[in-house]
Design a protein around this ligand. Structure first.
Ligand SMILES: C=C1C[C@]23C[C@H]1CC[C@H]2[C@]1(C)CCC[C@@](C)(C(=O)O)[C@H]1[C@@H]3C(=O)O
Ligand SMILES: O=C(O)CCC(=O)C(=O)O
Ligand SMILES: [Fe+2]
Length: 367
């Protein structure tokens, strides 16, 4: 039986949540949080090349980033078929035998592959989820079948997944670069500046599968965190669960299957010199339905130095964060620190400390 139980047990037949999944008091999920209507931006005019629409969209997006660090887009150009196929493949993958899911190897200290509740990585506050994280590299020299190649080594059953998630990653990468143009305009920069920074990228596609939970007020699907990445494009299935922390309250973002939720991550917060804040969010679970979400995390090339564009630093806006590469921050989150609400500050403190002490000394962990 052990071969078919993702958490080492069948989460859907338990009456009680095992202790290692129970949240700390401060993190307790309020599963019936009041809804928030985050700004919904129609990208039709932007994609049609209408200059007035483009500047209007940039202004509304900038306001959303200042106020919430999150918004959603409709008429985003991603075909419904691609979203449907991605969710259908998720159902097939996560219902496979554990030994088949584990063919997507997750190496210690790496953020790619299959994980079930991160047992072995964390000791407590375990997330009530299984996940599959896939690397997606986009550059002039990278293969445009990167994700297909990743699944290729797993055997015949996985070839279709490779095609579906390769196409999904490509369209999400293209959309995130278009959104970078809008964000650049919103920051008062030239339209191309942020797009060029991310044109070549080393991104992550993350499939989140949240089984039904017997006590959804005790466990979290994904704990409170700011994405350490740059920009996240999230597609929720029709089940509520995504919550954002706004005005000192957790608020629920109802899923809109025609919309894609966009949030700012820590790396983009540093790149824009703190002008916009990384969005604090989490995912709650429920006892009735499995919930799924697909997150595309846009990340710069590993060794590209994250330095704000000139227009964002002046005597009134001095540098807020030190120079760093995404590779350094990713390693920090994979080996030393579990991403939470203050990852970037803890990372900067660690960088500073390591510049004055032994660079091989591991930082304090929050685990
Ligand atoms: C670079 C990443 C680390 C995580 C996946 C991506 C972006 C979001 C991060 C994460 C989801 C934030 C909450 C904690 C985490 C451990 C998780 O619950 O999955 C984070 C991911 C990770 O470190 O694997
Ligand atoms: O599942 C969700 O709605 C959010 C997941 C998330 O925040 C993440 O994977 O970083
Ligand atoms: Fe997230």
């Amino acid at each position: 039986m052990a071969d078919v139980l993702p958490f080492g047990f069948d989460p859907s037949i338990l009456d009680n949540v095992p202790a290692q999944f129970i949240c700390t008091e401060v993190d307790k999920p309020c599963v019936d949080a009041e809804e928030i209507h985050i700004p919904t931006i129609d990208l039709h005019g932007f994609f049609a090349g209408d200059p007035n629409e483009t500047f209007a969209v940039a202004r509304v997006v900038a306001e959303a980033c200042e106020k919430y660090g999150i918004f959603q887009v409709v008429n985003h150009g991603v075909e419904a078929k691609i979203l449907e196929q991605a969710h259908l493949c998720m159902d097939r993958y996560f219902q496979m035998r554990l030994s088949d899911k584990q063919k997507a190897k997750r190496k210690v200290g790496e953020s790619f592959g299959y994980a079930s509740s991160f047992t072995g990585r964390f000791a407590s506050n375990l997330p009530w989820k299984e996940s599959l994280s896939i690397r997606y590299v986009s550059s002039p020299t990278s293969s445009d079948a990167w994700v297909e190649d990743y699944f290729h080594c797993m055997g015949e059953d996985f070839q279709h997944f490779g095609l579906v998630y390769n196409e999904y990653s490509k369209v999400m990468c293209d959309l995130s670069l278009s959104i970078m143009e809008i964000l650049g305009l919103g920051l008062g920069l030239e339209r191309r500046i942020l797009r060029e920074f991310f044109e070549a990228n080393d991104s992550i596609l993350r499939l989140n599968y949240y089984p039904r939970c017997p006590q959804p007020d005790l466990a979290l699907g994904t704990g409170a965190h700011c994405d350490p990445t740059s920009l996240t494009i999230l597609h929720q299935d029709g089940i509520s669960g995504l919550q954002v922390f706004v005005d000192n309250k957790w608020r629920s973002i109802s899923p809109n299957p025609n919309a894609l939720v966009i949030n700012i991550g820590d790396t983009l917060m540093a790149l824009c010199n703190g002008r916009w804040k990384s969005c604090l969010h989490r995912a709650v679970v429920n006892s009735e339905r499995v919930r799924k979400s697909i997150a595309f995390f846009l990340c710069p090339e590993m060794d590209k130095m994250v330095i704000p564009p000139k227009g964002l630093v002046d005597k009134d806006h001095p540098r807020k964060y030190p120079d760093f590469t995404w590779a350094m921050l990713l390693e920090f989150t994979q080996k030393y620190y579990r991403s939470d609400a203050k990852t970037l500050d803890e990372f900067c403190a660690w960088l500073l400390q390591n510049q004055t002490t032994d660079p091989h000394e591991s930082p304090k962990s929050n685990e």
